[in-house]
Design a protein. Structure first.
Length: 187
């Protein structure tokens, strides 16, 4: 249940972020959480969550725009693909430990595009350069009112909470105990 009415929240937001948040409201209804700076929906449509933020971020790929709506999915990215995803699109964020990937743009359609291409790069179906070129083509096609299949929906099935990667322990309990003892001897 929202903490305060959305209209009073969005009224104080800059026009571009308020417009982007309103698109999410129009698609999924009232948010589950409301603060002065964020609206959050849990499990709307295909997403784990969507967060619309008052703050926007300048993003020049593939053309200048402002990012403010983040769409999150459960997804386990192979460790050797994470740097490729960073090279693909800076608005695609991998949280390896939690097992989430998100895309932040102005609207859900651009987030579909970014995450579909993220999946292509993560699975090796496309190179970083091919994905960037396809993103630019489909981004322009959307404005030309041409078909944009990667902007319509997720073209893969995200994980369902089974995507976390807690990494591998390299310090044993004995190593930690010895470190504490060494610290006490110095202290």
């Amino acid at each position: 249940m929202p903490d305060k009415p959305r209209s009073s929240t969005l009224a104080s937001w800059p026009e571009d972020s308020a417009e982007a948040a309103q698109l999410v409201i129009d698609q999924y209804g009232e948010p589950d959480e409301v603060t002065g700076t964020q609206l959050t929906w849990h499990r709307p449509g295909p997403w784990k969550r969507i967060v619309a933020s008052r703050e926007t971020h300048e993003h020049n790929f593939p053309a200048p725009h402002r990012d403010s709506v983040e769409s999150v999915i459960d997804y386990r990215v192979p460790v050797d693909k994470i740097s490729q995803l960073a090279a693909f699109d800076g608005s695609v964020v991998v949280d390896r430990t939690v097992g989430e990937v998100s895309a932040r743009c102005h609207d859900e359609q651009a987030n579909f595009l970014a995450l579909n291409l993220m999946h292509d790069v993560a699975t090796g179906a496309q190179s970083v350069d091919d994905a960037r070129n396809y993103y630019a083509k489909e981004f322009a096609d959307y404005r030309r009112k041409k078909p944009t299949p990667y902007m319509e929906k997720l073209r893969f099935t995200p994980g369902h909470g089974d995507t976390a990667d807690p990494d591998v322990r390299i310090l044993s309990d004995k190593d930690l105990e010895e470190a504490v003892k060494a610290g006490e001897q110095r202290g």
